[in-house]
Design a protein around this ligand. Structure first.
Ligand SMILES: Cc1cc2nc3c(=O)[nH]c(=O)nc-3n(C[C@H](O)[C@H](O)[C@H](O)COP(=O)(O)OP(=O)(O)OC[C@H]3O[C@@H](n4cnc5c(N)ncnc54)[C@H](O)[C@@H]3O)c2cc1C
Length: 452
C-alpha cells in the first residue's frame, strides 16, 4: 500500500508538496505497477530524487510522489561507461568510479543529485574547453517507465527523442536506469583570484582562452569578483586532499550558519556593514587558502546534509549569452543595489557564476545557441527572498536570459516562452506525444510549458 504522507519539503525549505500517495519503489517492477495503477496512485505522478531542486518541478499535490532513492544500485562499470539505477546519488556513483580510477566528465558540486534527475534536468558547472558543463550531455542511454507503464530504452540512436528526453523533467516517464559516459580520472589544479568587476571583465578573454574552466563569485555590493580557475594539474605535484574538503565544509555548513547568525546583529546598517566585512574576508580566504597544484576532481562533489536545517539555503540561476555578459553583470550589480535600497533586502549569501560551453544535448539546454555565463544569487528562503526572486526573474528576462526549469523558481510562462521559443514548442510536442493523458503533468509544468 502507498504511504499516506505528511507534507514533503524540498532541501532548501522553500517549497512544500502534499501528495495523496507517496511511493518508495525498490525495483523496476514496482515502478511499472505504480505507473499503471491510476486508482491507487493518482495523477499527477511525479518522480522525485533528493528534491534539491528550487522549483515546483516535483510537486505532486493530490497526486503521487515517487521517491526514487530506493533504486540506487550501481549495475555495471566499464572503462568508458557506468550504468546505475536512477535513484543513485551522483556522489555515491562517483565514489564507485573513483575506486576504479575513473570519474564523471562533469564534477558537479552537488553530490545529492540523483542520476535520474541528472539525465533529464538542467545542471551547471564551469566547462572545460570542448566539454559541456552539463552532466546530461554525457548520458548515453536511459531505461524508463512510460505513461502506459511500459519499460522502454532510449539512447543516442534516437537523437531527436533523446534530446527531448534530456530536458523532460520527468514529464515523459520515470527513468529507472541511466548510463553515463565516464573517463580515466584526471587531477586538476585550482586557484582563486580576486578582481574588481572591471578588471574581471577586461580579463575575461584571457580567462576564457585558458586550458581550464571558469566559475566565479560575484560580490555586487563591493564591485568585486573572485574567479575560480581550474585546469590540468602540474605533473607529479603533490595531490592535495584538503582543499576541496575545506571548500565543501565552507559552502555546506560554515558560511550559511555564520551568515544566519548575522541576523542577531542589531540594526540594519550595522548588519549590512558586518555582511560586507564578511564578504571581504571570504574573498581573502578564498584566494589564500583554496589553491592547489593538484587535486582529485571528484573531491569537489559535495554531500549536502539535511541537518542542521539552518544551514540550508536556496538560489535562482539564469544563463546569459557570453557576448552580452559584461553589460548584464554591471546591470545586475545596479539591480541588487536598487533592490536593497527600495526593499531593504539583499540575498544573504553571495552570487555564483559559471562559464558553460555550447551544448545541444537537450532541447531546453540553456547553452543551446552558444556559450553562456550565469548569474546565480544565493539566499535563505522566506518572503524577502521571494520578492527578490520575482524581481530578479524580470531582470533576467529583460536581459535575454535563459532559466533552468529545476533551478529558477517562480517563473512565468511568458519568461519561459521568450527564453526557449520554438524549442519549447518542440519540447511540448514531445511531452504530449509521450504522455497524451497527462499522467506525469503537474499544474506547475502545465502552466509553464502551456500543456493544457
Ligand atoms: C545546496 C544545493 C547545491 C546545488 N548545487 C548544484 C550544482 O553545483 N550543480 C547543479 O547542476 N545543480 C545544483 N543544485 C541543483 C540540483 O542539482 C538540481 O535541482 C537537481 O535537479 C536536483 O536533483 P534531485 O535528484 O534532487 O531531483 P529532484 O529535485 O527531486 O527532481 C528534479 C526533477 O527531476 C525529476 N526527476 C527526478 N528523478 C527522476 C527520475 N528518476 N525520472 C524522471 N524524472 C525524475 C523530478 O520530477 C523533477 O522534475 C544544487 C541544489 C542545492 C539545493
Amino acid at each position: 500500500m502507498p504511504d499516506t504522507p505528511s507534507p514533503i519539503r524540498n532541501w532548501s525549505d522553500s517549497l512544500e508538496t502534499r501528495p495523496a500517495a507517496l511511493a518508495r519503489p525498490t525495483s523496476v517492477e514496482e515502478v511499472v505497477e505504480i505507473v499503471r495503477d491510476r486508482a491507487r496512485y493518482p495523477s499527477p505522478l511525479r518522480p522525485m530524487g533528493s528534491y534539491h531542486s528550487t522549483t515546483a518541478c516535483a510537486v505532486a499535490d493530490g497526486g503521487t510522489l515517487v521517491d526514487m532513492r530506493g533504486l540506487n544500485r550501481v549495475l555495471e562499470i566499464t572503462e568508458t561507461r557506468v550504468r546505475a539505477e536512477a535513484g543513485a546519488e551522483y556522489i555515491d556513483v562517483a565514489e564507485a568510479l573513483r575506486a576504479r580510477g575513473l570519474e564523471f566528465h562533469v564534477a558537479l558540486e552537488i553530490g545529492n543529485i540523483t542520476l535520474g534527475s541528472a539525465a533529464c534536468c538542467a545542471t551547471k558547472d564551469g566547462s572545460y574547453p570542448g566539454e559541456a558543463g552539463q552532466a546530461g550531455a554525457f548520458v548515453s542511454a536511459v531505461r524508463m517507465v512510460d505513461a502506459e507503464g511500459e519499460l522502454v530504452e532510449i539512447g543516442e540512436d534516437q537523437p531527436e527523442l533523446f534530446r527531448a528526453l534530456r530536458s523532460s523533467y520527468g514529464l515523459m516517464g520515470v527513468i529507472v536506469e541511466v548510463t553515463f559516459r565516464v573517463r580515466r580520472a584526471k587531477p586538476v589544479a585550482v586557484v582563486h583570484r580576486n578582481y574588481s568587476t572591471q578588471a574581471f571583465l577586461d580579463a575575461l578573454p584571457e580567462l576564457r582562452a585558458r586550458e581550464g574552466s571558469l566559475a566565479f563569485y560575484i560580490f555586487p555590493f563591493a564591485d568585486r569578483i573572485t574567479a575560480q580557475l581550474r585546469g590540468p594539474a602540474k605533473a607529479r605535484a603533490w595531490r592535495n586532499p584538503f582543499v576541496w574538503r575545506v571548500r565543501n565544509f565552507g559552502v555546506a555548513y560554515a558560511v550559511p550558519l555564520f551568515v544566519r547568525a548575522l541576523a542577531l546583529v542589531p540594526g540594519r546598517g550595522l548588519r549590512l556593514a558586518v555582511m560586507r566585512a564578511f564578504d571581504a574576508m571570504s574573498r581573502l580566504l578564498l584566494a589564500l587558502t583554496l589553491r592547489a597544484r593538484s587535486t582529485r576532481a571528484s573531491d569537489q562533489i559535495t554531500r549536502y546534509r539535511y541537518r542542521p536545517k539552518l544551514a540550508c539555503f536556496t538560489f535562482n540561476i539564469w544563463a546569459f549569452p557570453e557576448q552580452d555578459y559584461p553589460d548584464t553583470l554591471r546591470a545586475y550589480q545596479t539591480f541588487c543595489r536598487a533592490h536593497l535600497e527600495v526593499h531593504g533586502y539583499r540575498p544573504e549569501l553571495l552570487t555564483v557564476g559559471y562559464r558553460v560551453s555550447p551544448s545541444q544535448h537537450a532541447l531546453l539546454s540553456y547553452s543551446f545557441e552558444g556559450p553562456v555565463l550565469t548569474i546565480d544569487p544565493v539566499g535563505f528562503a522566506g518572503p524577502d527572498w521571494d520578492r527578490f526572486n520575482a524581481a530578479f526573474n524580470i531582470f533576467c528576462h529583460s536581459h535575454g536570459g535563459k532559466p533552468l526549469l529545476n533551478q529558477s523558481p517562480a517563473l512565468t510562462p511568458e519568461q519561459v516562452e521568450a527564453a526557449f521559443g520554438e524549442r519549447l514548442a518542440q519540447q511540448r510536442a514531445a511531452v504530449r506525444e509521450g504522455d497524451p493523458s497527462g499522467r506525469f503533468t503537474n499544474p506547475h509544468f502545465a502552466r509553464l510549458l502551456r500543456l493544457d
